[in-house]
Structures are given as C-alpha cells and as structure tokens.
Ligand binder design. Structure first.
Ligand code: AMP
Length: 214
C-alpha cells in the first residue's frame, strides 16, 4: 500500500506517519528528514537546501525529486511507502507518479490532514525534537520526563530553526499557495481523503485508519 500524507507544519503528519508505518509495516519517506540529514552531513544538496529551509521556503523541485528517486532506488521497500511532506508542488506530484510507474507501483490513497491555523501555531512553536533519534515533544502537551532531555536517549532537545512563529508564517504561506493544486490533482484521480486533524492523536489516528481502509 502506497500513501501520501499532506498537511502543513504542525498538522501531526510526522507523528501519525510513525504509527501508520508500524501498523501497516510500510516505510515512511519524509523529504524534510532526508533534507535535514543532507544538511547535517554537509552534502552539496544540504548546502543548497539549508538557507531555504531556514527561511521556510521550498527547496527546488529538481533537488527534492532527485532525492526521492535516489531513496526509491535503494530497493529496500517491501510492503509499501508512506510519503510524508512530499509531494508539495504539482510538478513533484507528477514526478512521483512517473517514478512509481517506472517501478511498477501505484498510489493507493492521499490523506490530507486538516487543522485550523491557530492550532498549528501553538503546536509548532511549542515543538521540541531530539536531534539524535528524531523523537518529538511539545513543551505543554507532550513534555519529556526530564525537562529539555529526550526520554529515549537523554540528548538535549532542540527547537528546529524553522519552528518559530515568523518562519511558520512563511511555511504556511507556501503551503496555502501550492497544496491546493496538489489536492486537486489527487482529487481528480479519486485518491484524496480529507481527514480532520484536530483532537488528540488517538482520535486523529482512528480517522486516518478509517480513511485508509475505506
Ligand atoms: P518538513 O519537515 O516537512 O516541515 O520540511 C522542512 C523543510 O524542508 C520545508 O520547510 C522545506 O524547506 C523543505 N522541504 C521538505 N519537503 C519538501 C518538498 N517536498 N519540497 C520542497 N521543499 C521541501
């Protein structure tokens, strides 16, 4: 089963993707994570992407598509893929279709997590993450057991440089412009399911599961 997860920063995509990955034994591919790895490793791509990411702007389509093609070519995917944070533009959606077709695969469902913007601001500005294992916390709604430290490995938690109110506004602006086109593309193909992303993570997961299985 191959799925796409659409949703703005703070919509809960990352958290919900991890659950789906475990329950359906599919592989999560997050372009945000792949790009952050490239930045950390100091690759050529990472150097090009870093200033754009810091500003909440999109990394150019050809770079992101190249990254996805490279990831798919690794050939380690068995049951299916969950694309998280990709596609974010119409050309990316078209390129993804082409890449899947080349591999003899198809998209099964596109889940769009719908969350009002005022909730996104609270979720994103309170978000703290572990730079080592990627665990995500929230200062108020999901605090770590020891303040500022990851529950799993004790690493000092960080606030992502793009998780400030100002950067979030830029990211939302980009999202508002590009994502309606991506949604329309998948709606026309009969693949789009819009899911209410408000409420606690368990409720949201249940709605997602129903949408995936319908
Ligand atoms: P995310 O973790 O999905 O919020 O992504 C963090 C940042 O990485 C975004 O604000 C963009 O700068 C960049 N990025 C991630 N995915 C994409 C994509 N599919 N296309 C362009 N830029 C992306």
């Amino acid at each position: 089963m191959n799925l796409v997860f659409l949703g703005p920063a703070g919509s809960g995509k990352g958290t919900q993707a991890k659950r789906l990955e475990a329950d359906y034994r599919i592989t999560q591919i997050s372009t945000g994570d792949l790009l952050r790895n490239a930045v950390r490793e100091g690759t050529e791509l990472g150097k090009q992407a870093e200033p754009l990411m810091r500003e909440g702007r999109l990394v150019p389509d050809d770079l992101v598509i190249g990254l996805i093609e490279e990831r798919l070519a690794r050939g380690d995917i068995e049951n299916g893929i969950l694309f998280d944070g990709f596609p974010r533009t119409l050309p990316q959606a078209e390129a993804l279709d082409a890449a899947l077709t080349r591999l003899g695969l198809k998209m099964d469902k596109v889940i769009s997590l719908e969350v009002p913007e005022e909730i996104l601001v609270d979720r994103v500005t309170g978000r703290r993450s572990c730079p080592v294992c990627g665990s995500v916390y929230h200062v108020r709604t999901r605090p770590p057991k020891v303040e500022g430290r990851c529950d799993l490995d004790g690493t000092e938690l960080i606030q992502r440089s793009d998780d400030t109110a100002e950067k979030l506004e830029k990211r939302l602006e980009v999202f508002r412009t590009e994502i309606p086109k991506v949604k329309e593309y998948y709606r026309k193909k009969g693949l789009l399911a819009e899911v209410d992303g408000t409420g606690n993570p368990e409720e949201v997961y249940e709605r997602i599961r129903q949408a995936v299985e319908s």
